[in-house]
Design a protein around this ligand. Structure first.
Ligand code: GLP
Length: 248
């Protein structure tokens, strides 16, 4: 059963998400445990990251105890490219807080094809060795992808190299100026990796997400709508504004 929350706008909703994250970080700190966060790129979590940066600067919220695992990265992609998710995460969030570099895990887009399999297995192992992801943040693509788990992704999929769908490449062409510049592949956590998280928060703002949100929540689990797999997770919340929830 997915819990849903509707906020007046993305500002209000993002403050709530940031508060949930900061409470978890503080709780884990009190227990002297690491807080393992799964993070996402895209426009949806940007305001949440800004709120967390504010909490760090104004209230002293510390990320020293936080380990992050990002969902995905383009392949091939150099980390210092302006289009990389590495750059995105550092610019929008990580360089503004006191997270330790050794605790930042973003799939690498600059390894050779031969290395990918091993690399992905180690990425999974690293998550498991830390006791799993405490809280996974997700956005949703207009075709229902989560991370880069495109339609057709298997429920048992783990971190792997995938082909980015034409639909997604077209959406991404806005950032890359032309569809020809959008990489054809990505490395992404799998559906199984995501469903292993103890808690999941999916963020969806704006009218553009309303139809896929309806399909995700109102229709049966369907591999062609990867986000619908979240119906099988025990502790998932969806955060909406009025527009994204308008077809529910
Ligand atoms: C991207 C990312 C996803 C993200 C989604 C939605 O392609 N791979 O992780 O959640 O698309 O992006 P946005 O939040 O900008 O709508």
């Amino acid at each position: 059963m997915i819990k849903t929350h509707i906020y007046k706008n993305s500002n209000e909703g993002s403050i709530v998400v940031a508060n949930k994250i900061s409470s978890l970080i503080k709780k884990k700190e009190e227990l002297n445990q690491k807080c393992v966060l799964g993070l996402s790129t895209g426009s949806s979590p940007i305001k949440t990251y800004s709120e967390l940066i504010k909490m760090h600067k104004k209230e002293g919220l510390s990320f020293k105890n936080v380990v992050i695992f990002n969902l995905d990265e383009f392949y091939p992609m150099k980390p210092n490219s302006q289009f990389s998710y590495h750059k995105f995460m550092f610019n929008k969030f990580l360089k503004h807080i006191d997270i330790q570099k050794k605790n930042v895990n973003i799939p690498k887009g600059d390894i050779s094809n031969k290395e990918i399999r091993n690399y992905c297995e180690n990425f999974e192992k690293k998550i498991d060795n830390l006791g799993g992801i405490d809280l996974q943040l997700l956005g949703i693509g207009t075709n229902g992808h989560i991370g880069f788990n495109e339609p057709g992704s298997n429920i048992n999929s783990i971190t792997r190299k995938i082909i980015i769908s034409n639909h997604s490449r077209l959406v991404l062409s806005k950032d890359f100026k032309s569809i020809d510049n959008v990489p054809k592949h990505a490395i992404t956590m799998g559906i199984k990796t995501i469903l292993k998280a103890k808690k999941i928060i999916l963020i969806a703002w704006g009218k553009i997400k309303s139809e896929i949100i309806r399909k995700t929540l109102k229709e049966k689990i369907n591999p062609l709508v990867p986000a619908s797999y979240l119906q099988s997770h025990r502790n998932t919340e969806f955060m909406f504004d009025n527009d994204s929830s308008s077809y529910l």
